[in-house]
Design a protein around this ligand. Structure first.
Ligand code: HEC
Length: 176
């Protein structure tokens, strides 16, 4: 029995040491560009984020109604802090989207249907092991709730911006 336990311990040490040697000696590709999480890694990571957020996010409705003023306020916060990664009304697919590991969801192209409280929580605290920072201490809770109002209602903004861009065509529009 002692021999067996010793065998298990030595095997674990060799595996751990091997993994440490492999990763710290230039064999582990640390680039974000060109690497994409496997389906297994994505599924496991998404499940653990969903489970944690479901357990910890505030179970409350958004304190801000989708009035034009709140949507506009939210869009200002979003454009300044989020659009470079998540896409904007003008450019719904950010050129940065695939340069992250994992890739960045394009929130204006594919509106998330999670409860507002879950989105608020993710924005406030960020997502570990990803490029999503937490905005706690940088944006006020009110600004975060309004950014959520904007994200949820952005499809409407895109429709509203349509006639404008038709009246006022940008020379670069057809390249996008
Ligand atoms: C530096 C790039 C970057 C910035 C800036 C950024 N994010 Fe993110 N965000 C990410 C990445 C990467 C993910 C994906 C994380 C993952 O897949 O686990 C993400 C995920 C999210 C999600 C979860 C989406 C989903 O479908 O589950 C929300 C919501 C979100 N971000 C909102 C925001 C808001 C609002 C801002 C601005 C206040 C912002 N992000 C700023 C990179 C960024």
């Amino acid at each position: 029995m002692r021999g067996f336990i010793l065998g298990v311990i030595i095997t674990l040490l060799v595996l751990g040491g091997g993994a440490y040697f492999y990763t710290t000696n230039g064999h582990f590709d640390t680039r974000a560009v060109g690497n994409t999480p496997s389906a297994f890694e994505r599924r496991t990571a998404n499940k653990s984020v969903d489970a944690w957020v479901d357990d910890h996010a505030p179970k409350q409705a958004n304190p801000f109604q989708p009035t034009m003023q709140n949507i506009m306020d939210g869009s200002m916060t979003y454009d300044k802090n989020c659009a470079a990664c998540h896409g904007s009304v003008k450019e719904p697919m950010s050129p940065m989207r695939t340069n992250f590991y994992p890739h960045v969801p394009q929130l204006l192209n594919d509106t998330p249907d999670d409860p507002d409280g879950n989105l608020f929580y993710v924005i406030k605290y960020g997502i570990r092991f990803s490029g999503m920072p937490g905005w706690d201490g940088v944006l006020s809770d009110d600004d975060i709730w309004k950014a959520v109002v904007f994200i949820k209602n952005s499809a409407q903004m895109k429709e509203n911006s349509q006639p404008q861009s038709q009246q006022n065509p940008q020379p670069t529009d057809n390249k996008k």
